[in-house]
Design a protein around this ligand. Structure first.
Ligand code: FAD
Length: 364
């Protein structure tokens, strides 16, 4: 019973392996990775800096299934994550102005190197370039991540075991819109943004929108993409500090509309606002009709995954004994800022702790 097979050597799988082996060196752990090398997604994260976690990681409102997360965080929280990162991986963290946590080096390569070195140091077996059928003898952890910017997946592992996958869509991705964005290409501007369908506001956020010729982007848009529904629109408040009445008063101080708009906005944005009727209204509600989400090739995460009704709070399967499922393959997603990477670590640690408790009864 000391055999543990882990499918997927990404953040959650490697975390579980290292935590387990360090605390019980007798465990016979094998990590199976479909790619030629382990942990390759880490290098893509946080624009090459790897945003590992967030000081607000324990605030469950940052995740879709917040009630489930609340229960998980009772067992493993951000403090446990920090201890693992420092004491098991040997990485010091650095906090930015908005509470995002990065490796002190601000290099994703440091994070990958720390994981790889620990796997070697603890003599954990790693099999790469193999997408195998599941070996369910002993304990099995499925940690195969999601479709987002990944060549491989393991959703079929779960369905073959009778588990249910909720609908999957790309998230934390850019939005395609019906309007011509070419004149706005390259503009970045701070806004208050909302995504809405008809009169129903699906989500509100603040941050910097980035206009590309083919899509709207920026962290604020990526965060709103988690609430995408077919037929939705995005509205930008370009002047959140000013009410409509304030804007009327301000406008009166300028010679004409052009001068007024250029006093507030980058020139090309001012021109686009003026092209639409009622500029004061446009400043508060500059709207785009969303025609779709960009693909998994641009998305940072996948929304949807293993139905949480089918696992316990320690990430063990309710259907199959000795099976654990961790990381992004679950129906858990969160906003940008280190919450998804953080959750992958938290789930790996929680499953590992549960396995250690379970094995206490079997290992001498
Ligand atoms: C461009 C980009 C930037 C991101 N930036 C951030 C960020 O800064 N902060 C943040 O919080 N989150 C970020 N994320 C999200 C974060 O990286 C993921 O949520 C996290 O890596 C999920 O961990 P995981 O262990 O579930 O999956 P992964 O880390 O993706 O690991 C899964 C592993 O399983 C392997 N695999 C898949 N199928 C199989 C199979 N059948 N057999 C064997 N192996 C298999 C994969 O090759 C992969 O190595 C980003 C994602 C992307 C794509």
């Amino acid at each position: 019973m000391n055999k543990i097979n882990i499918y997927g050597a990404g953040v959650s799988g490697m975390t579980a392996a290292i935590y387990l082996k360090k605390r019980n060196p007798k465990l016979d752990i094998t990590l199976y990775e479909a790619d030629t090398r382990v942990g390759q997604k880490i290098l893509k994260t946080g624009n090459g800096k790897c945003n590992i976690s967030n000081v607000y990681l324990d605030d469950s409102s940052n995740y879709n299934n917040s009630l489930f997360i609340e229960e998980v965080l009772k067992e493993t929280n951000s403090q446990d994550l920090k201890e693992f990162v420092l004491e098991d991986l040997g990485l010091v963290l650095r906090e930015d102005d908005s509470g995002r946590l990065y490796p002190y080096s601000e290099k994703a390569t440091s994070v990958l190197t720390a994981y790889v070195n620990k796997l070697k140091e603890l003599d954990i077996k790693v099999v790469t370039s193999l997408r195998d059928t599941l070996d369910l003898t002993g304990i099995t952890i499925i940690a195969t991540g999601s479709y987002a910017q990944s060549k491989y997946d393991g959703y079929d592992y779960l369905t073959s075991l009778g588990h249910k996958i909720t609908p999957l869509i790309p998230a934390l991705t850019t939005l395609k819109v019906k309007e011509d964005l070419r004149p706005l290409k390259g503009i970045r501007f701070k806004v208050k943004a909302k995504i809405l369908k008809g009169n129903k506001v699906l989500a509100v956020d603040e941050g910097e929108v980035q206009f590309r010729s083919d899509a709207i982007s920026g962290i604020v848009v990526l965060d709103l993409s988690r609430y995408y529904e077919a037929g939705c629109e995005v509205s930008f408040d370009l002047t959140p500090e000013y009410s409509l009445a304030d804007l009327k008063e301000l406008k009166a101080k300028f010679k004409d509309e052009d001068e007024f708009l250029c006093s507030l906005l980058p020139k090309m944005l001012a021109i686009e606002v003026k092209k639409r009727k009622d500029i004061l209204h446009q400043l508060k509600d500059f709207r785009f009709t969303v025609s779709g989400l960009n693909s998994y090739g641009e998305a940072q995460i996948t929304k949807g995954g293993l139905d949480l009704k089918e696992i316990n709070y320690d990430f063990s399967s309710k259907l199959k004994p000795n099976l654990y499922i961790v990381g992004e393959i679950l129906d858990i997603d969160a906003r940008c800022g280190g919450f998804n990477f953080g959750f992958a670590i938290i789930s790996g640690l929680t499953a590992a702790k549960s396995i250690l408790r379970k094995l206490k009864f079997f290992i001498n």
